[in-house]
Design a protein around this ligand. Structure first.
Ligand code: UD1
Ligand code: CA
Length: 453
């Protein structure tokens, strides 16, 4: 079938310079979610009608296989679909979606499409407690006769609680017949797509309807409040999917997934964690409270304690990370690596069984196995103009408060004494220490405060 997504409208009530359909749900522009739902139908043609926000919308989405059609000016939903008509396959029916109704489920669309069959119209409707603002479904003896917009409705029509969600399937050849002849003689001076229902009835074409399983599927975003509500629903849906797959969540209402989170078996995630981009968590890994993980991988059996921050990082098997660890892009950790509080790792590999437990900066470093990096160790990787690498070979012990002025290599099995500022390579197996000799001055007295006046 053909899919047309309407996304030209303005979104004035968002009070934002960002075009409405680009506001994110789950970290992605809401239009991208609608395009995903459309794709699930394997459409023959997928057309997005854009207008307000212009090329910004098109450039931000950049989806392959989408035909972009500019609607300028925006004269109503009927006018919008008319712009898409030349790009549709007339031998297949057309389903119309809204770019600002982001949580629609493909299963619902498939059900609606089946109802439309070859020669009829199908409208997705829903009954609302408060139908104000929506187009109402007017039925006679149970059969749909037409749709009347709120602004054109009389009091009896306004009392109707069954509303038009806007999502509709129609034979494309019928759209070709009807759309060019729509009138804009109505309260809003717009070409209403909803008028096709009356036109179908006039031709004795059958008009079917069905309802979505959940009301949130057809809720639109017109304000930041509605955006926030749908965000919570979307997050809860993602959390439920994780629970269904066997992931333990301390509280499914306190997790935020802004991208794709793939979990193995027996993964547990504590409250307040944020996942961005593509994140993978392997079997048995445990994520403590309030961690932020972006485009990262956590291998099997690893533990992240509270408040860890990971970006483009790889945590190795059985690692113990945090609390308060920061793994920046290019951090790659081997097996059984320990990274403790206030340790920052960037663009560095740390091999098996090595530890940096407290207050350290490991940047642009290659660290071997069984290395112990003492508290306060700093890789001085930047000379103000260029970055240089530090190499720390296997079985090295680095005393506390050591500076490694890169480029520099610490040989296998070497020990660096606490407080060393290493500016030349440290030979293997030896103790290297650079600090003033300790002296004690006998009989030394502290100065005393002099009396004034
Ligand atoms: C529309 C329906 C109404 C339905 C409601 C559901 C019509 C005439 N009315 O009303 O029956 O209950 O949606 O939310 O269809 N758009 C364009 N180009 C335009 C106008 C709109 O692309 O020229 C897009 C908007 O970006 C939006 C969608 O179409 O995604 C609906 O437009 P909107 O102005 O919100 O329609 P409503 O008046 O709410
Ligand atoms: Ca609307």
């Amino acid at each position: 079938m053909n899919v047309v997504i309407l996304a030209a409208g303005k979104g004035k009530r968002m009070h934002s310079d960002l075009p409405k359909v680009l506001h994110p749900i789950g970290g992605r522009p809401m239009l991208s979610l609608v395009i995903d739902a459309a794709r699930a139908l394997s459409p023959t043609r997928l057309v997005v009608v854009y207008g307000h926000g212009g090329e910004t919308v098109r450039d931000a989405i950049g989806a392959a296989g989408v035909t972009w059609v500019l609607q300028e000016p925006q004269l109503g939903t009927g006018h919008a679909v008319l712009q898409a008509l030349p790009h549709l396959d007339p031998s297949r029916p057309t389903i119309v979606l809204y770019g600002d109704v982001p949580l629609i489920r493909p299963a619902t669309l498939l059900r609606l499409a089946e109802m439309a069959a070859d020669d009829s119209l199908a409208v997705l409707t829903v009954c609302l407690e408060h139908p104000k603002g929506y187009g109402r479904i007017v039925r006679v003896d149970g059969a749909i006769r037409r749709i009347v917009e709120e602004k054109d409705a009389d009091d009896a029509e306004k009392a109707i609680r069954e509303i038009n969600t806007g999502i509709v399937v129609a034979p494309t050849t019928a759209l070709q017949r009807w759309l060019p002849g729509l009138s804009n003689l109505n309260a809003q001076g717009e070409y209403y797509l909803t008028d096709i229902v009356g036109l179908a009835v006039a031709e004795a074409m059958s008009v079917a309807s069905c309802q979505p399983e959940h009301a949130w599927e057809v809720e639109g975003v017109n304000s930041k409040r509605q955006l926030a509500q749908l965000e919570r629903i979307h997050q809860r849906n993602l959390a439920d999917a994780l629970l269904d797959a066997g992931v333990t969540l301390a509280d499914p209402d306190r997790i935020d997934i802004r991208g794709e989170l793939a979990c193995g078996r027996d993964v547990s995630i504590d409250v307040g964690c944020v996942f961005e981009g593509r994140v993978e968590i392997a079997d048995g890994a445990r994520i403590g409270p309030y961690c932020v993980l972006k485009n990262s991988r956590v291998a099997a059996g690893a533990t992240l304690q509270a408040y860890c921050h990971l970006e483009d990082a790889e945590v190795g098997p059985a690692n113990a990370i945090g609390p308060y660890a920061r793994l920046r892009p290019g951090a790659k950790l081997g097996t059984d690596v320990h990274i403790g509080n206030f340790v920052e790792v960037k663009n560095s590999t740390i091999a098996d069984h090595s530890k940096a437990n407290h207050l350290a900066y490991v940047g642009d470093a290659t660290v071997g196995s069984r290395v112990n990096i003492g508290a306060g160790t700093i890789c001085c990787n930047y000379d103000g103009a260029n970055k240089h690498r530090t190499v720390i070979e296997d079985d090295v012990f680095i005393g506390s408060d050591t500076q490694l002025v890169a480029p520099v290599t610490v040989g296998r099995g070497a020990t660096l004494g606490a407080g060393t500022t290493l500016t030349r390579d440290a030979p293997a197996e030896q103790l290297t220490v650079s600090r003033a000799k300790q002296v004690s001055i006998a009989g030394w007295k502290r100065p005393v405060k002099q009396k004034k006046g």
